[in-house]
Design a protein around this ligand. Sequence first.
Ligand code: ACO
Length: 402
Amino acid sequence: AIDISNLRDQTGFITLDKGYKNTGATQSGITFLDGEEGILRYRGYAIEELAEKASFLEVAYLLIYGELPTQDQLTKFEASIRRHTMVNEDMRKIFEGFPVNAHPMGVLSSLVSAMSAFYPDSYNDKLPDQTDLHIVRLLAKLPTIATWSYKKSQGHPVNYPKNSLDYCSNFLHMMFALPVEEYTVDPVVAEALNVLLILHADHEQNCSTSTVRLVGSSRANLYSSISAGINALWGPLHGGANQEVIEMLEDIRNDGGDVAKYIEMAKNAKQTGFRLFGFGHRVYKNFDPRAKIIKKAADDVLNKLGVNDPVLEIAKGLEEAALNDEYFIQRKLYPNVDFYSGIIYRALGIPTNMFTVMFAIGRLPGWIAQWKEMRETKDPIGRPRQVYTGSPLRSFVPITER
Ligand code: ACO
């Protein structure tokens, strides 16, 4: 119970809203989200339409600069991203120091943080005209860095980017091409990746985006702010859930595929500590529109690639059981974006420990757009208040008397 008298300090009353369930931290013109109706729009465009018709870099431009690019603008944007896909060889030396089993998210956030040291002009707030360059560098280099961990885990040499390819195909080339044989990107795989990245591109003031804004609100540079966002995304209650989902589905399969048993465990989450990963959302209380698109895409992609993944059936079984169960109905727990995305990533050949990295590549334009908006609207430094629950004033006790 909260002692209401604690809500007052010398400067007035304080609102206590743990987890910011009902507290707006900012005004934003980037993403519209209606959790009751299951609506998601970037800069006014429906997510369904963007996923069907746009390329990821078009959506990135839209989020960051506010309008869909003209052909000329897009060509220039893509060209400048291509020009920056290579990563400073000295960054490779830092990378070489990581152990082979380092989690790719730890590597990614560390190397993005290192970028602030490689580009010191980024912490000169008096050079706002450099911001576009930092934006392009991040968009260009994140996929390159992301593939290094995978290559190392396989004992393979890293691939340099191949700039004749589009953004998604280039990533797939850096992941899967080997120096000893020809590699051609499967257009089905590249298109599936394009859709997944678009669906993850922004989601207004979620945990990682709020982190980016909070860090950036102290006027910290873009690289440091994005690195903090990557770390926030890593947690299993946020972006890390996509890895947890596949591991959970695997566990259920190895345990005989008894979906009902796991539904029961989730219903007793408080005692068992087991949550159905990929279920529930802070804002969506009806359905997650991204999950709808991804569920359909999972069927399509697996069919087109001729992949038969038994965990897809387990996922569908869990969803159906949960949708008919009072516990989940009452709490409005529906599959979220992460429930089916891992199944697609797996079909594309992406290893499980890279799933959250894929989320980070997708979310990058959203983080950048939110950071830029915060700077441009001159939001004040973020500094939440607290309600003190500790000891009243007491006297120091010398160590010999404790
Ligand atoms: N499985 C079982 N029970 C759940 C689940 C779940 N996945 N999610 C919520 N609940 C229950 C809670 O135990 C709680 O029950 P109670 O009313 O009896 O106390 C009730 O539903 C409300 O849950 P909260 O944790 O209070 O909801 P909150 O909005 O704080 O959390 C969250 C949202 C973190 C997404 C939560 O639903 C969860 O942990 N889901 C699993 C992890 C996950 O999939 N995260 C990805 C989210 S999407 C994204 O970040 C991209």
